[in-house]
Design a protein around this ligand. Structure first.
Ligand code: SF4
Length: 402
C-alpha cells in the first residue's frame, strides 16, 4: 500500500473526517465518492466516451458473481476452508468468508478475487509522482487501483480506497485488454498498479502486465512489498519496475503502525533486485516514529550492502492524515539530515520527495558530479542523460531511460 502517493490530485472531502481509530465501517460511512479524485473521474469519462457512452459507467454491483475471478496462490483445507498464500498474513478463510484484505472470498472451498478488472481509481500521472526517477523521465503513466489492502498503515494517504470493500466503492469494468487499450489511446507507454496495494489485485496486475508486454507497454507496481516470494517472482517476470515503500527498519514500527512485519518487505526488496527488475525505494519519514539518526543510518547501510548503492532511495515528507493527525509534517531539517546520512553512507542516488522546491530532487552523475536531471516538482526541466550515460563523462546511469 502506498503511503506516499495520493490517488488523484486533490485532497478529498473525507480526509477531514479521518481520526485515530477509524474502522472499515467508519470509512464506508464517509461515502463512496471519496475514493475518486478529479483526475480519476476525467480518466473514467475518457474511457467511457471512447466506448460510445455519454456518462462515466460507474457501477456498484455488490456481491455480483460478475466480479468473481479465480484466485491464485491458495491451498484447499478440510471442510471447505482455504489458506491464502499470496501474502505473509496467510489468512485461513472458511466458506463464505474473506481474507483480511477483504477482496478474496471463499465460495464453496474455492478462492476468488473480487477485484479482477474492477478499477476503483484511474489517473494519468507523471511517472515522477510514483515516484520513479530513473524510469523514462517526464513520461505519463496510466495508473489504476482497486479497493482493499493487506495492511492498515496509520499514515495511509489513500485509506478511502485501501480500507474499503470492493462492493462499497463505485468501480468501472476495466479488464486487462481494455485497460491497455485505454493506456495506448492516451499515449502512455507506462502503466502502474498503485494507490492501494497491488499485491491484493495480483491476478489483475499480472494479466495487465502480460497484455502490456504484448503491445510494447511497460507495467510497474507501487507496493509495500508485503507479498510472498512465489507471487513476487511471478510478477518479476512481467513487470518492468517496482517501487517499494520501506516504512521503517524496525519490526516494532511495522507491527504497531502497519499491521505487518519487516522481514517480508526486506526479502521482497532483495528478490526484486536479484531478478533484474528496476527497483526504487521510498522511505516516508514520520516525525518521532522512524526518523532517528540510528535508524536512517541502518537504512542506508542496509540498502548499500543488500541491493547496492545505485538503487535510488527517496526520503518522502510525511503530512498528518488518517490516524496520524497528531504529528506535524516532517521538518525540512530532518529530511536534509536523512539525505546527508544516506549520501555519506555511499548511496549514489538519494532524493527528497513530497517537498516542492527542494533541490534534492535532482539527479547528479556520481562520477563527475554534473547535474543530469533537474526536476521542478513533477516536471523534468533538464535531462542530460544520453543513451543511459552521463553526457559529460559517459558514466553509465542505471535506470530505464528509453
Ligand atoms: S492477500 Fe489478503 S487474503 Fe491473502 S493472505 Fe494476504 S490479506 Fe489474507
Amino acid at each position: 500500500m502506498s503511503d506516499t502517493e495520493r490517488s488523484g490530485p486533490a485532497r478529498q472531502e473525507g480526509d477531514r473526517e479521518a481520526r485515530r481509530g477509524l474502522s472499515r465501517r467508519d470509512v464506508l460511512k464517509l461515502g463512496v465518492g471519496a475514493a475518486l479524485g478529479a483526475g480519476a473521474l476525467a480518466g473514467l469519462a475518457h474511457l467511457t466516451s471512447s466506448a460510445g457512452s455519454s456518462a462515466p459507467h460507474l457501477t456498484k454491483p455488490g456481491r455480483s458473481a460478475k466480479w468473481l475471478h479465480p484466485a491464485r496462490y491458495y491451498r484447499a483445507m478440510s471442510k471447505d476452508f482455504v489458506q491464502c498464500q499470496l501474502c505473509p498474513k496467510h489468512c485461513i478463510v472458511g466458506p463464505g468468508g474473506r481474507g483480511i484484505c477483504e477482496v478474496r472470498e471463499n465460495r464453496g472451498g474455492k478462492y476468488y478475487t473480487l477485484v479482477y478488472g474492477r478499477a476503483a481509481s484511474v489517473n494519468i500521472d507523471p511517472v515522477e509522482k510514483k515516484p520513479f526517477y530513473h524510469v523514462m523521465p517526464g513520461s505519463p503513466i496510466f495508473s489504476f487501483a482497486t479497493a482493499g489492502c493487506n495492511m492498515d498503515c496509520n499514515n495511509c494517504q489513500n485509506w478511502q480506497l485501501s480500507q474499503a470493500r470492493p462492493e462499497d466503492l463505485p468501480a468501472m469494468d476495466l479488464p486487462p485488454a481494455k485497460l491497455v487499450g485505454a493506456a495506448r489511446e492516451q499515449g502512455c507507454s507506462l502503466i502502474a498498479g498503485t494507490y492501494n496495494e497491488p499485491t491484493i489485485f495480483f491476478e489483475y496486475l499480472l494479466d495487465v502486465a502480460a497484455e502490456g508486454n504484448r503491445h510494447g507497454l511497460r507495467t510497474t507496481m507501487v507496493s509495500a512489498g508485503y507479498i510472498n516470494r512465489a507471487p513476487m517472482l511471478n510478477l518479476c517476470r512481467e513487470l518492468a519496475a517496482i517501487k517499494i515503500d520501506l516504512k521503517s527498519m524496525r519490526d516494532d514500527f511495522y507491527r504497531s503502525n502497519c499491521e505487518g512485519t519487516l522481514k517480508p518487505v526486506l526479502d521482497s526488496i532483495e528478490l526484486v533486485k536479484s531478478q533484474g527488475v528496476w527497483l526504487e525505494i521510498v522511505y516516508l519519514v514520520v516525525p518521532t516514529l522512524n526518523d532517528s539518526e540510528d535508524e536512517i543510518r541502518d537504512l542506508a547501510r542496509w540498502v548499500r550492502t543488500h541491493v547496492g548503492p545505485d538503487v535510488p532511495l527517496h526520503f518522502s515528507r510525511f503530512y498528518p492524515q488518517y490516524k496520524l493527525r497528531n504529528l506535524p509534517p516532517t521538518p525540512y531539517e530532518t529530511l536534509e539530515r536523512c539525505y546527508k546520512i544516506a549520501r555519506a553512507e555511499g548511496l549514489h542516488y538519494v532524493y527528497v520527495g513530497n517537498l516542492p522546491g527542494s533541490s534534492e530532487t535532482d539527479t547528479h552523475c556520481p562520477k563527475c558530479g554534473k547535474l543530469l536531471i533537474r526536476r521542478e516538482h513533477y516536471r523534468v526541466a533538464e535531462n542530460h542523460i544520453e543513451n543511459g550515460r552521463c553526457k559529460f563523462c559517459q558514466h553509465p546511469i542505471p535506470g530505464l531511460w528509453s
